[in-house]
Design a protein around this ligand. Structure first.
Ligand SMILES: Nc1ncnc2c1ncn2[C@@H]1O[C@H](COP(=O)(O)OP(=O)(O)OP(=O)(O)O)[C@@H](O)[C@H]1O
Length: 684
């Protein structure tokens, strides 16, 4: 995190040896000031610790030290190539050191000179192919050598020298930004020491301490910014309370065919309180597959209706929009609410009519895909926006709504249970509600991992289930590069299964069907006119057919854990015992591990933590749409404890009066001021 110290803000050109040209090159890799140099952390370290010769492993990069015993011999080959070899005595063992294309060293080498050599070790020939040579005994301060990312003609060696010079000349200018009390209670090194330790570590322990400090500092700043942003945004939207009676919402809940679970009730309370609050709601609702998020959304939209507002429910696919529209109409059957569906495939006169209903305010609830809050749609009084699958709806859309003059309460629903650590880091500016309980009477899904050779037995099992009145999904292999190949796979599997199942009806679903076709297939499946549905992953999110009790997933090891969990969540949604069969012959350890985990647990939160471990956060949401914050030092998987601590500390700082006045927080405050968050201009 940069401070605004004047001396540290000087251009790198003030250092000896950096002329205009080098200064430009450094600028190009983002290093303009002295402070930039300090913050250019090594991305790894070269271990230069000298080890006894007998401990050295063949092929490793090693450092040894010894005395020159022979005249160096040089052989030239080709036009510019040479090989210099010299005998070195290392702990009574004669070792050959080989230097390629550095014949000029010959003149510098004298018998009896002490050399410290780093390079690749050949255990059998007792030879080191030297990459780095220093005259003299090993320098104890160089045991861990930083390696930096560089560019142009700037080499690691030069950059290391400049950073060290900068630390020597300006290290004392570094000001502490963390309060003294924090440093001592967490045993973190002071900022100026930490810079020394990270660029010139005396040993691994020191390096670890420095890293701990910068990780904490980085995460704390991130959390402070997020939380300050949240506070600012909320203050700005003051006076946005929705007025309705909670008793009437409860009366609606009593009309439902089932009682809410304890978790659903708690979450409805949290949401309706937020809506009644003058501050704008910005809440993430997460719940495991099948935990009953839709009913919670229905309650929130009903509350908004009571307050005289309209609600928009945005979902990622048309199938889902249609399913939700049907489901909500049933839930609202006794209320007289007007539910309107708006998707890309509704055109012409129909669309004009629906747009008019939205504009005039007779549409109480509008359900659709993204297009809903964009394009030609204008609400009369938009009070609540709910989006399903929050990661597809970001800051941009929120801004878009604002620009249209709407300041609705916002609820994000996700069926992907996000590990708590990730939720608070990515969505740190939101409140989080979790439905952590499934409706009563659900039977745990039985999950089996089988090899492809078992296919026939599985199909026979499906046949038996269908004869008992149930239905099945067959999910086709995923070929990530190509949607078209996925479709082809589904078509092939469909043809094969049609032959196998003589008496059942086998349907086909994939992304290339038109929306009318998709709807027809889904309706036929929901009505049990299709017994076995062969599908690509388009059924992944949200599809709800409680009579389906079997899912067979081809090549299951190609899917991520969270995705498998989503898919599996399509079954076990009713009263019947359900079975998920993962067909896979994974070669790698990770694939096998995934299959085992899937068999062992049905807890979405646990699975997504595991997923994160196996894949890393970048992959978790898919790189492109992730919107994940990038950290210089911190790693969300390994540093999650620090993240939790930072979050708590940031929250208590922001709420305390002393944080905004006391000089010990001046450093942190000034960074917040610099970031522009305090005047609401940006969030970086
Ligand atoms: N409290 C409850 N008691 C019994 N059944 C319930 C309860 N709440 C919801 N259900 C039923 O459970 C099923 C799943 O609910 P819903 O579709 O809302 O889940 P979801 O959380 O959206 O799941 P997914 O993320 O997997 O789509 C539905 O058939 C719904 O009617």
């Amino acid at each position: 995190m940069k401070t605004m110290n004047k001396k540290l803000g000087q251009p790198v050109g003030v250092l000896p040896g950096i002329g205009e040209e080098k200064e430009k090159e450094l600028q190009q890799i983002g290093l303009s000031t002295i402070e930039d140099l300090f913050h250019h952390f090594p991305y790894r370290y070269e271990n230069m610790e000298v080890e006894p010769v007998e401990n050295l492993r063949h092929g490793d990069r090693v450092t040894i030290a010894g005395m020159i015993q022979s005249e160096p011999a040089v052989r030239y080959y080709g036009r510019k190539k040479s090989r210099l070899s010299v005998r070195i005595l290392v702990e009574n063992i004669l070792v050959t050191a080989v230097f390629f294309n550095r014949a000029f060293l010959k003149g510098k080498m004298n018998s009896g000179d002490m050399l410290t050599l780093t390079g690749k070790w050949d255990k059998y020939k007792l030879t080191i192919t030297v990459q780095d040579v220093q005259w003299g005994s090993p320098d104890p301060s160089r045991k861990l050598q930083p390696v930096y990312s560089v560019g142009g003609s700037v080499t690691v060696k030069k950059l290391t020298r400049w950073i060290q010079q900068a630390l020597q000349s300006f290290g004392n200018e570094v000001e502490e930004v963390l309060p003294e009390a924090l440093l001592s209670s967490y045993r973190l090194p002071a900022r100026n020491e930490a810079f020394q330790m990270i660029h010139m570590p005396a040993d691994k322990e020191k390096l670890k301490q420095a890293r701990r400090r910068f990780v904490y500092e980085e995460l704390l700043m991130f959390q402070l910014k997020m939380q300050t942003f949240k506070r600012q945004e909320r203050l700005a939207a003051d006076g946005n309370s929705q007025e309705f009676s909670k008793a009437e919402v409860n009366a609606f809940l009593h009309t439902l065919p089932f009682p809410l679970t304890g978790a659903q009730r708690r979450v409805v309370d949290e949401i309706t309180k937020d809506m009644q609050d003058p501050l704008k709601m910005n809440r993430l609702l997460q719940g495991d597959v099948g935990s009953g998020k839709t009913v919670v959304a229905a309650a929130a939209m009903y509350a908004c209706y009571l307050a005289g507002g309209q609600s928009a429910l945005m979902v990622p696919t048309e199938i889902l929009a249609e399913q939700h529209a049907d489901g909500l109409r049933q839930l609202y059957a006794q209320t007289g609410l007007n539910v309107v569906l708006l998707t890309g495939s509704i055109k012409g006169q129909k669309r004009r009519e629906r747009n008019a209903a939205i504009y005039e305010g007779t549409a109480d609830i509008v359900i659709g895909t993204h297009a809903l809050i964009q394009e030609d749609v204008h609400f009369r009084n938009l009070g609540l926006v709910i989006t399903d699958e929050q990661h597809r709806f970001g800051v941009e859309q929120r801004r878009l709504l604002k620009d249209k003059g709407y300041e609705p309460d916002v609820l994000f629903m996700t069926a992907t249970p996000i590990p708590r650590t990730l939720a608070i880091s990515v969505f740190g500016d939101m409140d989080v509600s979790s439905i952590d309980e499934l409706p009563a009477g659900r039977k745990p899904i039985k999950t089996y991992w089988v090899k492809h050779g078992m296919l026939e037995r599985i199909l026979t099992f499906i046949d038996k289930q269908v004869k008992e009145g149930r239905q099945a999904y067959v999910i086709c292999p995923l070929i990530e590069e190509s949607d078209m190949l996925d479709v082809q796979n589904a078509i092939d599997v469909h043809a094969q299964l049609q032959q196998f199942f003589e008496s059942c009806r086998v349907g086909l679903m994939h992304g290339r069907l038109s929306s009318d076709e998709k709807e027809a297939v889904m309706q036929a499946f929901a009505a049990n006119e299709i017994h076995v549905l062969v599908s690509t992953t388009v059924v992944e999110v949200g599809v709800n057919v409680p009579n389906a009790s079997v899912m067979l997933i081809y090549d299951a090891d190609r899917f991520g854990l969270s995705q498998l969990h989503q898919l599996r969540g399509r079954i076990g949604r009713g009263e019947y015992q359900s079975y998920c069969v993962l067909m896979a012959d994974p070669k790698g350890e990770t694939g096998q591990e995934r299959m085992r985990i899937m068999q062992e647990t049905e807890d979405g939160f646990k699975l997504s933590e595991k997923d994160l471990e196996l894949r890393g956060p970048g992959d978790f949401f898919g790189r492109k749409q992730s919107g994940m914050p990038e950290f210089k030092m911190a790693d969300l998987v390994h540093d999650y404890r620090a993240l939790e601590t930072a979050r708590r500390d940031a929250a208590s700082f922001i709420q305390s009066r002393s944080f905004w006045n006391d000089p010990q927080y001046a450093g942190l405050r000034s960074i917040l001021e610099e970031s522009g968050i305090l005047d609401g201009t940006k969030l970086d």
